[in-house]
Design a binder for this molecule. Structure first.
Ligand SMILES: C[S@@+](CC[C@H](N)C(=O)[O-])C[C@H]1O[C@@H](n2cnc3c(N)ncnc32)[C@H](O)[C@@H]1O
Length: 239
């Protein structure tokens, strides 16, 4: 059997979801899953589970995740529970991670689908966004992504020009293009996001309408804006 992955689980209340997911994303990229149990009376309605790959850095990375979750627990005033750790084989990791990335209906017209699945038959009337987030932020599971997708549904008109500042996986840029935008410019400061965003553009047939602006090394949003956006565009907001 291959070396095991560490699976670090933490129970939490909905108020803590944002802090916990942003923290885990910073530490393990998208190698985490969130399970909700909204319908039962469990004291902790959500469990977040971070996975740490086997290898030389596993011990330090596990410690980093456990320490960060402990700090969130201390600061959280009862909305973050105690983390626990188990080890799972690579197949279990992949199976449980993929199970947590099932197709997701967003708003009235969109469905986010991972590349290894077909859109569900009962979502055939929806526009599929084929998204593999890799190490970039933007699986579609985060509430802020979903709110932005719902806003795009209502405000993008055919032929629009759209700027996506802080594109991550490219999910919002792709949604804008598929909702009818003629040109989308997607800015992202993290060079690691490029292969993921490029693959997602290809998977959605959107590469001809979306221009990625991702530096080869980290630069600030204002620098990206200065070099690419017309001065008439509104001040950028990252998110
Ligand atoms: C919360 S994620 C949003 C990703 C995606 N748009 C979504 O809605 O799921 C924010 C993204 O903005 C990027 N970002 C943060 N500051 C930035 C800046 N100054 N310039 C460009 N991108 C930035 C981050 O690297 C990250 O990928």
């Amino acid at each position: 059997m291959s070396a095991p992955w560490a699976a670090i689980s933490v129970p939490l209340q909905p108020e803590a979801l944002d802090d916990v997911t942003m923290t885990l994303h910073g530490l393990v990229g998208n190698a985490f899953a969130v399970e909700s149990r909204p319908d039962d009376d469990a004291p902790w309605p959500i469990t977040a589970r971070a996975y740490v790959a086997p290898g030389a850095g596993q011990k330090a990375a596990r410690r980093g995740v456990l320490r960060a979750l402990h700090m969130l627990r201390l600061a959280g005033g009862g909305v973050v529970g105690e983390a626990s750790e188990t080890f799972v084989g690579a197949d279990d990791y992949l199976t449980s991670w993929r199970a947590a990335h099932a197709p997701l209906r967003v708003g009235r017209r969109l469905v986010v689908v991972p590349p290894w699945l077909d859109p569900p038959a009962d979502a055939a009337h929806r526009i599929p966004l084929v998204i593999e987030a890799g190490m970039a932020f933007g699986t579609g599971r985060h509430p802020t992504t979903q709110l932005a997708l719902e806003a795009l549904e209502t405000c993008v008109a055919r032929g629009d020009r759209v700027a996506d500042v802080g594109a991550g996986s490219g999910i919002l840029a792709i949604a804008a293009a598929k909702l009818g935008a003629a040109r989308v410019t997607a800015f992202e400061q993290d060079p690691q996001a490029r292969p993921t965003a490029e693959a997602n553009l290809r998977a959605n047939g959107a590469a001809d309408r979306v221009t990625l602006v991702i530096p080869s090394r980290q630069r600030s949003c204002q620098n990206l804006r200065r070099s690419w956006l017309p001065t008439s565009w509104p001040t950028c907001t990252c998110g």
